[in-house]
Design a protein around this ligand. Structure first.
Ligand code: SAM
Length: 180
């Protein structure tokens, strides 16, 4: 992780409180509803960028199955620890954790779907992060985004102004972007 980047982990208590609150969020808005809009399927390679405690990581791992993979990526060590521990306990082998605030170390053009849920309002240097997502995503890949902290048009503007992605679909829960 590059230390001089502006994106830094939130306090541990804040992260734990967020993880607790997400249990209620996920009861009201089940993660599966979001994932359905991405057209995710068996065998896909998924990058969950800013995965937090893993609400979307585990349902995605179930959909992609043993031939697929979910890369759970976050800058917070607690996110990485929580997900690794849960995956280990449940003997789930298609989840890999990556602690980073930008560079993923993944191969170029290797990812089918990138999830960025409730993250972009936190990004201090969005251009570099979207460039990394663009690099790892396959040419026909999908960047699936939602953000309850921003107005819909601001979500679209932030992505379009800081990346080479274009909006291709608006679902009930998510926006889908693709490379131009
Ligand atoms: C509000 S949480 C959302 C977590 C998850 N996507 C969800 O909706 O359940 C945002 C997460 O993004 C992470 N994050 C913020 N900036 C980041 C960055 N530059 N790189 C990686 N993760 C980042 C935070 O640590 C936090 O876990």
């Amino acid at each position: 992780m590059r230390e001089k980047r502006k994106d830094k982990p939130m306090a541990g208590t804040g992260f734990r409180f967020m993880a607790f609150m997400f249990k209620f969020r996920d009861m009201v808005n089940p993660p599966e509803k979001y994932l359905k809009e991405t057209t995710m399927k068996e065998g896909d390679k998924i990058l969950d960028y800013g995965c937090g405690p893993g609400s979307f990581v585990f349902p995605a791992a179930e959909i992609v199955g043993e031939n697929g993979k979910v890369y759970a990526t976050d800058l917070h060590p607690l996110a990485i620890n929580m997900i690794a521990k849960k995956a280990n306990k449940k003997e789930i082998t298609n989840i890999e954790t990556i602690q980073t605030n930008c560079a993923t170390g993944l191969a170029s053009n290797s990812i089918d779907i990138v999830l960025m849920y409730d993250v972009i309002h936190m990004l201090k240097e969005p251009k570099e992060i979207f460039a990394e997502i663009d690099r790892v995503m396959k040419p026909e890949g999908i960047l699936s985004v939602t953000n309850p902290h921003m107005r819909e048009r601001d979500v679209i503007t932030k992505i379009v102004e800081n990346s080479d992605f274009k909006l291709v679909k608006q679902g009930e829960k998510t926006f889908s972007f693709q490379k131009k």
